[in-house]
Design a protein around this ligand. Structure first.
Ligand code: NDP
Ligand code: 8X3
Length: 264
Protein backbone atom coordinates (compact mmCIF):
# COMPACT_ATOMS: atom_id res chain seq x y z
CA UNK A 1 0.00 0.00 0.00
CA UNK A 2 1.31 3.40 -0.93
CA UNK A 3 -0.06 5.17 2.10
CA UNK A 4 2.60 7.86 2.02
CA UNK A 5 1.82 8.82 -1.59
CA UNK A 6 1.16 12.54 -2.01
CA UNK A 7 2.16 13.40 1.54
CA UNK A 8 4.09 16.44 2.70
CA UNK A 9 6.43 15.55 5.53
CA UNK A 10 8.26 18.00 7.76
CA UNK A 11 11.30 16.78 9.71
CA UNK A 12 13.08 18.96 12.28
CA UNK A 13 16.77 18.32 12.90
CA UNK A 14 17.19 16.70 9.49
CA UNK A 15 20.85 17.68 9.08
CA UNK A 16 22.21 14.75 11.10
CA UNK A 17 21.55 11.46 12.84
CA UNK A 18 17.98 10.23 13.21
CA UNK A 19 16.40 13.20 11.39
CA UNK A 20 18.66 12.87 8.37
CA UNK A 21 18.08 9.10 8.19
CA UNK A 22 14.32 9.68 8.54
CA UNK A 23 14.34 12.01 5.53
CA UNK A 24 16.28 9.45 3.47
CA UNK A 25 14.02 6.60 4.60
CA UNK A 26 10.82 8.46 3.63
CA UNK A 27 12.33 9.16 0.21
CA UNK A 28 13.37 5.52 -0.20
CA UNK A 29 9.95 4.22 0.84
CA UNK A 30 7.94 6.62 -1.33
CA UNK A 31 10.34 7.69 -4.10
CA UNK A 32 7.75 9.64 -6.07
CA UNK A 33 4.86 11.94 -5.28
CA UNK A 34 6.31 12.92 -1.90
CA UNK A 35 7.34 16.28 -0.50
CA UNK A 36 9.91 16.69 2.24
CA UNK A 37 10.50 19.86 4.24
CA UNK A 38 13.85 19.45 5.97
CA UNK A 39 14.80 21.87 8.75
CA UNK A 40 17.78 22.47 11.03
CA UNK A 41 20.23 25.27 11.84
CA UNK A 42 22.95 24.03 9.46
CA UNK A 43 21.50 24.90 6.07
CA UNK A 44 24.58 23.73 4.14
CA UNK A 45 24.31 20.27 5.65
CA UNK A 46 20.58 20.21 4.88
CA UNK A 47 21.36 21.04 1.27
CA UNK A 48 23.72 18.05 1.14
CA UNK A 49 20.91 15.81 2.40
CA UNK A 50 18.60 17.33 -0.23
CA UNK A 51 21.22 16.67 -2.94
CA UNK A 52 21.53 13.04 -1.83
CA UNK A 53 17.76 12.60 -2.03
CA UNK A 54 17.69 14.27 -5.46
CA UNK A 55 20.17 11.64 -6.62
CA UNK A 56 18.56 8.60 -4.95
CA UNK A 57 14.90 9.57 -5.38
CA UNK A 58 14.56 12.29 -8.02
CA UNK A 59 10.76 12.09 -7.82
CA UNK A 60 10.76 13.49 -4.29
CA UNK A 61 10.47 17.27 -3.89
CA UNK A 62 12.75 18.52 -1.11
CA UNK A 63 12.68 21.92 0.55
CA UNK A 64 15.59 22.60 2.93
CA UNK A 65 14.80 25.42 5.39
CA UNK A 66 17.06 26.96 8.01
CA UNK A 67 15.10 26.89 11.25
CA UNK A 68 16.29 27.09 14.83
CA UNK A 69 13.47 25.55 16.87
CA UNK A 70 14.81 27.12 20.06
CA UNK A 71 13.87 30.54 18.66
CA UNK A 72 10.11 31.13 18.95
CA UNK A 73 10.28 34.07 16.52
CA UNK A 74 11.69 31.79 13.80
CA UNK A 75 8.89 29.26 14.29
CA UNK A 76 6.16 31.90 14.27
CA UNK A 77 7.12 33.05 10.77
CA UNK A 78 7.85 29.58 9.44
CA UNK A 79 4.49 28.23 8.24
CA UNK A 80 3.47 31.52 6.60
CA UNK A 81 6.68 31.55 4.59
CA UNK A 82 6.35 28.03 3.19
CA UNK A 83 5.89 27.95 -0.59
CA UNK A 84 2.27 27.20 -1.55
CA UNK A 85 3.03 23.64 -2.74
CA UNK A 86 4.59 22.72 0.64
CA UNK A 87 1.95 24.30 2.90
CA UNK A 88 -0.31 21.28 3.35
CA UNK A 89 1.88 19.43 5.86
CA UNK A 90 0.61 15.89 6.62
CA UNK A 91 3.32 14.62 8.96
CA UNK A 92 5.45 16.52 11.48
CA UNK A 93 8.45 14.66 12.85
CA UNK A 94 9.59 16.56 15.95
CA UNK A 95 13.13 15.22 16.10
CA UNK A 96 15.42 18.22 16.72
CA UNK A 97 17.01 17.84 20.12
CA UNK A 98 20.23 17.77 22.04
CA UNK A 99 22.02 17.07 25.29
CA UNK A 100 24.77 19.21 26.82
CA UNK A 101 27.24 17.78 29.28
CA UNK A 102 27.06 15.28 32.12
CA UNK A 103 27.21 17.75 35.03
CA UNK A 104 25.26 17.11 38.21
CA UNK A 105 23.49 19.67 40.39
CA UNK A 106 24.65 22.14 41.69
CA UNK A 107 27.27 22.34 38.93
CA UNK A 108 25.01 22.37 35.88
CA UNK A 109 25.63 25.32 33.57
CA UNK A 110 22.43 27.41 33.48
CA UNK A 111 23.02 28.13 29.78
CA UNK A 112 22.95 24.36 29.10
CA UNK A 113 19.68 24.05 31.02
CA UNK A 114 18.19 26.80 28.88
CA UNK A 115 19.32 25.42 25.54
CA UNK A 116 18.09 21.89 26.32
CA UNK A 117 14.65 23.08 27.43
CA UNK A 118 14.36 25.67 24.64
CA UNK A 119 15.17 23.05 21.98
CA UNK A 120 13.80 19.74 23.27
CA UNK A 121 10.67 21.04 25.00
CA UNK A 122 9.65 24.57 24.00
CA UNK A 123 10.85 24.05 20.43
CA UNK A 124 8.81 20.85 20.09
CA UNK A 125 5.73 22.48 21.61
CA UNK A 126 6.03 25.56 19.39
CA UNK A 127 6.45 23.45 16.24
CA UNK A 128 3.40 21.41 17.24
CA UNK A 129 1.32 24.54 17.79
CA UNK A 130 2.49 25.99 14.47
CA UNK A 131 1.45 22.91 12.48
CA UNK A 132 -1.71 21.78 14.31
CA UNK A 133 -3.96 24.48 12.77
CA UNK A 134 -3.14 22.99 9.32
CA UNK A 135 -4.18 19.55 10.57
CA UNK A 136 -7.29 20.88 12.33
CA UNK A 137 -8.57 22.60 9.19
CA UNK A 138 -9.21 19.16 7.66
CA UNK A 139 -12.41 17.05 7.79
CA UNK A 140 -13.41 14.83 10.74
CA UNK A 141 -12.00 17.28 13.29
CA UNK A 142 -8.61 17.19 11.63
CA UNK A 143 -6.04 14.86 10.11
CA UNK A 144 -2.24 14.49 10.21
CA UNK A 145 0.53 12.86 12.18
CA UNK A 146 2.76 14.26 14.88
CA UNK A 147 5.69 11.98 15.58
CA UNK A 148 7.69 13.03 18.61
CA UNK A 149 11.16 11.62 19.23
CA UNK A 150 11.39 11.10 22.98
CA UNK A 151 13.97 8.88 24.64
CA UNK A 152 14.49 6.11 27.16
CA UNK A 153 15.88 9.08 29.15
CA UNK A 154 12.31 10.41 29.46
CA UNK A 155 11.19 7.20 31.15
CA UNK A 156 14.23 6.57 33.34
CA UNK A 157 16.26 9.44 34.75
CA UNK A 158 19.97 8.81 35.23
CA UNK A 159 22.87 10.51 37.04
CA UNK A 160 24.52 13.16 34.91
CA UNK A 161 21.45 13.44 32.72
CA UNK A 162 19.00 15.18 35.01
CA UNK A 163 18.15 18.08 32.70
CA UNK A 164 18.11 16.08 29.47
CA UNK A 165 15.97 13.41 31.19
CA UNK A 166 13.62 16.11 32.47
CA UNK A 167 13.22 17.52 28.95
CA UNK A 168 12.36 14.10 27.54
CA UNK A 169 9.93 13.41 30.41
CA UNK A 170 8.28 16.71 29.48
CA UNK A 171 8.04 15.57 25.86
CA UNK A 172 6.35 12.38 27.02
CA UNK A 173 3.86 14.23 29.20
CA UNK A 174 3.03 16.79 26.51
CA UNK A 175 2.61 14.03 23.93
CA UNK A 176 0.28 11.98 26.13
CA UNK A 177 -1.85 15.02 26.95
CA UNK A 178 -2.04 15.97 23.26
CA UNK A 179 -3.28 12.49 22.30
CA UNK A 180 -6.06 12.86 24.85
CA UNK A 181 -6.93 16.40 23.71
CA UNK A 182 -7.20 15.31 20.07
CA UNK A 183 -9.10 12.08 20.65
CA UNK A 184 -12.11 13.32 18.65
CA UNK A 185 -10.00 13.92 15.51
CA UNK A 186 -8.12 11.78 12.97
CA UNK A 187 -4.86 13.36 14.11
CA UNK A 188 -2.40 10.69 15.26
CA UNK A 189 -0.03 11.47 18.10
CA UNK A 190 2.94 9.14 18.06
CA UNK A 191 5.92 8.89 20.40
CA UNK A 192 9.05 6.96 19.54
CA UNK A 193 11.62 6.53 22.31
CA UNK A 194 15.06 5.32 21.21
CA UNK A 195 17.63 3.80 23.50
CA UNK A 196 21.28 4.17 22.51
CA UNK A 197 21.79 5.34 18.93
CA UNK A 198 25.16 6.35 17.51
CA UNK A 199 24.80 9.79 15.93
CA UNK A 200 26.35 13.21 16.62
CA UNK A 201 24.42 13.15 19.91
CA UNK A 202 27.41 12.33 22.15
CA UNK A 203 29.78 14.58 20.18
CA UNK A 204 27.37 17.45 20.91
CA UNK A 205 27.08 16.33 24.55
CA UNK A 206 30.86 16.54 24.98
CA UNK A 207 31.22 19.86 23.16
CA UNK A 208 32.85 18.36 20.07
CA UNK A 209 35.22 15.98 21.89
CA UNK A 210 35.03 12.97 19.56
CA UNK A 211 37.28 10.78 21.72
CA UNK A 212 34.94 11.19 24.70
CA UNK A 213 31.94 10.53 22.48
CA UNK A 214 33.51 7.34 21.10
CA UNK A 215 33.96 6.01 24.65
CA UNK A 216 30.17 5.96 25.07
CA UNK A 217 29.94 3.35 22.33
CA UNK A 218 33.02 1.32 23.28
CA UNK A 219 32.33 -2.40 23.55
CA UNK A 220 28.66 -2.04 22.65
CA UNK A 221 26.70 -2.18 19.42
CA UNK A 222 24.41 0.84 19.42
CA UNK A 223 21.41 1.31 17.15
CA UNK A 224 22.00 3.14 13.89
CA UNK A 225 19.92 6.19 13.02
CA UNK A 226 18.44 4.11 10.17
CA UNK A 227 17.00 1.69 12.75
CA UNK A 228 14.93 4.52 14.24
CA UNK A 229 14.10 6.02 10.84
CA UNK A 230 12.53 2.71 9.82
CA UNK A 231 10.21 2.86 12.85
CA UNK A 232 9.25 6.48 12.13
CA UNK A 233 8.37 5.67 8.52
CA UNK A 234 6.54 2.49 9.57
CA UNK A 235 4.42 4.50 12.04
CA UNK A 236 3.55 7.12 9.42
CA UNK A 237 2.67 4.42 6.90
CA UNK A 238 0.06 2.57 8.99
CA UNK A 239 -3.59 2.44 7.99
CA UNK A 240 -5.34 5.64 9.03
CA UNK A 241 -7.08 4.02 11.98
CA UNK A 242 -3.88 2.59 13.44
CA UNK A 243 -1.92 4.72 15.92
CA UNK A 244 1.48 3.41 16.94
CA UNK A 245 1.08 5.53 20.05
CA UNK A 246 4.23 4.68 21.92
CA UNK A 247 7.34 2.61 21.37
CA UNK A 248 10.68 1.98 23.05
CA UNK A 249 13.56 0.74 20.94
CA UNK A 250 16.76 -0.71 22.37
CA UNK A 251 19.79 -2.28 20.78
CA UNK A 252 20.16 -5.89 21.84
CA UNK A 253 22.73 -5.19 24.56
CA UNK A 254 20.63 -2.55 26.33
CA UNK A 255 17.89 -3.27 28.88
CA UNK A 256 17.47 0.10 30.61
CA UNK A 257 18.89 3.62 30.35
CA UNK A 258 22.09 2.61 32.13
CA UNK A 259 21.96 -1.18 31.84
CA UNK A 260 24.26 -1.94 28.93
CA UNK A 261 26.29 -5.08 28.44
CA UNK A 262 29.82 -4.16 27.37
CA UNK A 263 32.30 -6.57 25.83
CA UNK A 264 35.43 -6.24 27.91
P1 NDP B 1 22.28 14.46 16.23
O1 NDP B 1 23.10 15.40 17.04
O2 NDP B 1 22.97 13.61 15.24
O3 NDP B 1 21.12 15.27 15.49
C1 NDP B 1 20.39 16.28 16.14
C2 NDP B 1 19.67 17.12 15.11
O4 NDP B 1 18.93 18.14 15.81
C3 NDP B 1 20.62 17.80 14.15
O5 NDP B 1 20.08 17.73 12.87
C4 NDP B 1 20.63 19.25 14.64
O6 NDP B 1 20.80 20.11 13.53
C5 NDP B 1 19.23 19.38 15.20
N1 NDP B 1 19.11 20.48 16.15
C6 NDP B 1 19.76 20.65 17.34
N2 NDP B 1 19.41 21.82 17.88
C7 NDP B 1 18.53 22.41 17.02
C8 NDP B 1 17.83 23.64 17.01
N3 NDP B 1 17.94 24.53 17.99
N4 NDP B 1 17.01 23.91 15.97
C9 NDP B 1 16.90 23.04 14.96
N5 NDP B 1 17.52 21.86 14.90
C10 NDP B 1 18.35 21.56 15.92
O7 NDP B 1 21.49 13.58 17.30
P2 NDP B 1 20.34 12.47 17.15
O8 NDP B 1 20.01 12.20 15.75
O9 NDP B 1 20.74 11.36 18.03
O10 NDP B 1 19.14 13.23 17.86
C11 NDP B 1 17.84 13.35 17.30
C12 NDP B 1 16.80 13.21 18.40
O11 NDP B 1 16.87 11.90 18.94
C13 NDP B 1 16.99 14.16 19.57
O12 NDP B 1 15.73 14.66 19.97
C14 NDP B 1 17.58 13.27 20.66
O13 NDP B 1 17.29 13.74 21.94
C15 NDP B 1 16.88 11.97 20.35
N6 NDP B 1 17.47 10.75 20.90
C16 NDP B 1 18.75 10.40 20.58
C17 NDP B 1 19.29 9.24 21.12
C18 NDP B 1 20.69 8.81 20.86
O14 NDP B 1 21.20 7.95 21.59
N7 NDP B 1 21.38 9.35 19.88
C19 NDP B 1 18.48 8.35 21.96
C20 NDP B 1 17.15 8.82 22.21
C21 NDP B 1 16.68 9.97 21.68
P3 NDP B 1 21.62 21.49 13.53
O15 NDP B 1 22.79 21.31 14.46
O16 NDP B 1 21.99 21.65 12.10
O17 NDP B 1 20.63 22.51 13.99
C1 8X3 C 1 19.60 9.55 24.43
C2 8X3 C 1 19.79 8.31 25.18
O1 8X3 C 1 19.84 7.64 27.59
O2 8X3 C 1 21.94 7.97 26.41
O3 8X3 C 1 18.31 10.01 24.49
O4 8X3 C 1 20.65 9.84 27.13
S1 8X3 C 1 20.60 8.47 26.65
Amino acid sequence: AQRLKGKTILVTGASSGIGRSTALEFAKTQPEDLKLILTARRIDTLKEVAAQIAKEAPGVKVLPVKLDVSKPEEISGFVGQLPEEFKQVDVLVNNAGLVKGVAQAPDINPADVDVMFATNVTGLINMTQAILPIFKSRADGGKGDIINIGSIAGREPYQGGSIYCATKAAVRSFTDALRRELVATRIRIIEIDPGQVETEFSVVRFGGDKAKADKVYEGVEPLTPEDIAEVVVFAAGRRENVVLADSLIFPNHQAAATVLHRRS
